[in-house]
Design a protein around this ligand. Sequence first.
Ligand code: NDP
Ligand code: MG
Length: 370
Amino acid sequence: MTKKRIGIVGSTGSIGRQALDVIRLNRELFDISFLCANSSEELLKEQAAEFGVDAVCLAAGGAQSLVKLIREQELDLVLVAAVGAAGIVPAWETVNRGIDLALANKESIVAAGRIILDRAKETGASVIPVDSEHSAIHQCLMGQRIEDVQKVILTASGGAFRNTPNDALGHVGVSEALNHPNWSMGSKITVDSATMMNKGLELIEARFLFDIDPSILDVVIHPQSIIHSAVQFIDGSTLAQLGWPDMRTPISFAMGLPSRLECGVKPLDLFEVGRLDFRKPDYDKYRCLALALEVLKKDNNGPMIVMNAANEIAVEQFLLGNVSYLGIAEVIEETLSIFDTGDFSTLEEVFETDKKARETARYSVKRMNG
Ligand code: NDP
Ligand code: MG
């Protein structure tokens, strides 16, 4: 069997390291063409030595060397697991070359979804979601007709503060926000889960990945994180994908397609699970989710870019202790209110809007502190 040649962007992160765990268990199936991190030089070197990879790069100084690797290496698949808008360039370069993209980075789709997916259609590249909800939806849609879909339900854990009373949220800090009940992930997405901006980003991600009308998207809080998402059809059927909350399942699914791979995840035991609970999201508690729903409704990428950029700045500043937990939504709301943005069709416009929104969000943080 010929090996799949894979490049990994963000190999030192939570998703990247789990992708390497999957490869460790399936060495005969993969050849790593390149590895890339931002600045974790030591770990990157260790990974390169373990897997015998010659081509590595650090993106901290700029994306040029990463772009060169994606353009020049022999590749069948690129896993983009960088965090934030930094995922846009590698995702674009991958599909632009007609290479299949295993996409963990949701921010690239939120900011430039239509541009990246339209280009993928032109070049014939597949975009395979790694995000667990989208992997679930993708699996539920396999062999189905999109016109038979009535509703797409994204499940959410509710994050670190799902059991915290709303009036106590004024006092929560960084360590509490980073204490996710079900998933172990990088710090940005863990804070996004606490605010449920993560679900907001995922709604937009689903809208573009599956080209579905925003009005049929729904969010359900499911504290056990066993059902990863579900799709309802016009005949009364609902299909869902279930499993333990372990990212190696969706990562290995995206990497192995069309085969499923052994990835070290134990089989689901329904007796051990015992019960599955569901509740509606409280939009007073999850202001960020409410903001994202407004942005989703507008269905223009301008507000999506602005929201994503403001969220990145707000979360970065929250992690540094410069913004309170409730301040995250305030920064995003204020930044969104300043921009009157439309729909952009070029990456240059996306980058320009992203940059301006970051400046505005930084200013908003300063003003809140001043
Ligand atoms: P981490 O913070 O754990 O890791 C981020 C990775 O990206 C690191 O390898 C980092 O390198 C690298 N990186 C940062 N900036 C750049 C850049 N400019 N160019 C190239 N690489 C860069 O994040 P996660 O693994 O948690 O998340 C990655 C993405 O996957 C996010 O978009 C997240 O939303 C998404 N995702 C994550 C899930 C999870 O379980 N973790 C679940 C679903 C989606 P360095 O080590 O040098 O900083
Ligand atoms: Mg997810």
